[in-house]
Design a protein around this ligand. Structure first.
Ligand code: AMP
Ligand code: MG
Length: 405
């Protein structure tokens, strides 16, 4: 009998097929306050120096460094937000953090080391020009690239945009995803559960993951295990989306109609991958009004769907957004906190990571079966265990860190 594991294909080959000819989506102009999580379609060029003027890094006194060592009168008071006057000769200015340096002063001495006299202060010697001064343009120089195209706008990046006074940015349109569940057994939460039925856990799981990757789920449907309806609903989904994602129905069982429907409506490559969990993966194209939608058919087992989302949907969304941070999961070297053996298939084990003094230890959830979603809930990473290997506790392994970019 032929070896069922023979001629299994690699994850890398499937990824290459998946990411071939993916054109980034067009850009759109958005108010920056609505752009959180979005990906820049064009670089943001700085129009201003930040900070806009030299200012004090301390609460203290601004002076010319050469004047230190003799009593100086206090000629002005400069709080953050006030405009300073040029520094009068033989004087210093009381200044507060963020206060703009008065022209003529070249350093700030912190208040704790300054001795107060009746109407003057004594600044100790040993003070150098530039001390405790934040130079104009230290953070950002006008004309430089503030943020490169492809940057995901998270907290610090949004702060950087606001620091320029910019109120609108050009970001990629979010990939529109139609998310299809398949199977007569599926019921939505809120409905009563009949005999033989289960709740649809993949829909909310994949919706959330897709959103984290930067996509927008614009359409959902549940496909019954019936060829004609599967064809109709797949065709409808393709009209609304850049990407049609389905889960389940891509094995070669009698009730798996997605494959046949895809072949009828568009193009399909069915992959049998040398990986666990989730051997089958369907990749294809479905025609729609202005081109074609990408199709990704994940296996139905919740763990296989979860792992498939991280391994395949994340880079696909990343390619549509032209966002390098989403192209591949970061790898972390770790020590196995478990022992395991693999056969012909590479195993992506769900692990939690402990960051200890000896390094990172990866602890595997006890039950790594692909139907056990419990293994994914607390997972920080996928331990990438090569085929045909024996791992003992303490062995070095490589983990794919589950970060959304
Ligand atoms: P399939 O790939 O359709 O043969 O499904 C494999 C297994 O995953 C079966 O036990 C299904 O009941 C289960 N399954 C498929 N889709 C879902 C879903 N959306 N939520 C929970 N379990 C599912
Ligand atoms: Mg099914």
């Amino acid at each position: 009998m032929a070896d069922p594991q023979a001629d299994l294909q690699s994850v890398e080959a499937a990824l290459e097929a998946l990411l071939t000819d993916v054109a980034p989506l067009p850009g759109e102009q958005l108010p920056s306050e609505d752009a959180a999580g979005r990906v820049l379609a064009e670089p943001v060029i700085a129009t201003r120096d930040v900070p806009p003027a030299d200012n004090s890094a301390m609460d203290g006194y601004a002076l010319r460094a050469v004047d230190a060592g003799s009593p100086l009168r206090i000629s002005q008071r400069i709080a953050a937000g006030s405009a300073p006057s040029p520094l009068a000769p033989r004087s210093c200015a009381r200044i507060f953090t963020g206060g703009e340096m008065p022209p003529g002063a070249d350093c700030v001495v912190r208040q704790e080391v300054v001795a107060h006299r009746e109407d003057s202060v004594l600044i100790p010697t040993g003070v150098h020009p530039g001390e405790n001064v934040r130079r104009r343009g230290r953070d950002v120089a006008a004309g430089s690239i503030l943020l490169a195209a492809g940057t995901r706008l998270e907290g610090a990046a949004l702060g950087h945009v606001a620091g320029q006074g910019i109120v609108s940015v050009s970001v990629r349109r979010r990939p529109r995803v139609a998310l299809l569940s398949t199977g007569d057994e599926l019921v939505e939460p809120g409905q009563p559960l009949g005999p033989g039925q289960i709740y649809n856990s993949n829909r909310p799981m994949l919706t959330r993951l897709l959103e984290r990757f930067g996509a927008e789920v614009v359409h959902t449907a549940t496909l019954p295990d019936d060829f004609a309806t599967t064809c109709r609903l797949l065709g409808e989904a393709a009209q609304r989306a850049d990407v049609v994602v389905s889960c389940g129905g891509v094995s070669v069982g009698e009730e798996d109609h997605v494959k046949a429907a895809l072949e009828r409506l568009g193009r399909l490559d069915l992959w049998r991958l040398a990986m666990r969990p989730g051997k089958p993966l369907a990749l294809g194209r479905l025609p729609h009004a202005d081109g074609e939608a990408r199709f990704v058919g994940l296996p139905g087992n919740p763990v296989s769907s979860f792992v498939g989302a991280w391994l395949y949907l994340r880079p696909l969304i990343g390619a549509l957004l032209s966002c390098d941070a989403l192209a591949s999961l970061p790898r972390l070297p770790a020590l196995a906190g478990f022992s395991t053996r693999t056969q012909a298939r590479r195993h992506f084990m769900r692990v939690t990571l402990e960051f200890g003094e000896a390094g990172i230890v990866a602890r595997a959830f006890a039950d790594q079966n692909s139907a056990v979603l419990s293994s994914c809930v607390a997972a920080d990473a996928l331990a990438d265990i090569p085929a045909r290997s024996t791992i003992d506790e303490g062995d070095p392994i490589s983990c794919l860190w589950l970060v959304s970019g």
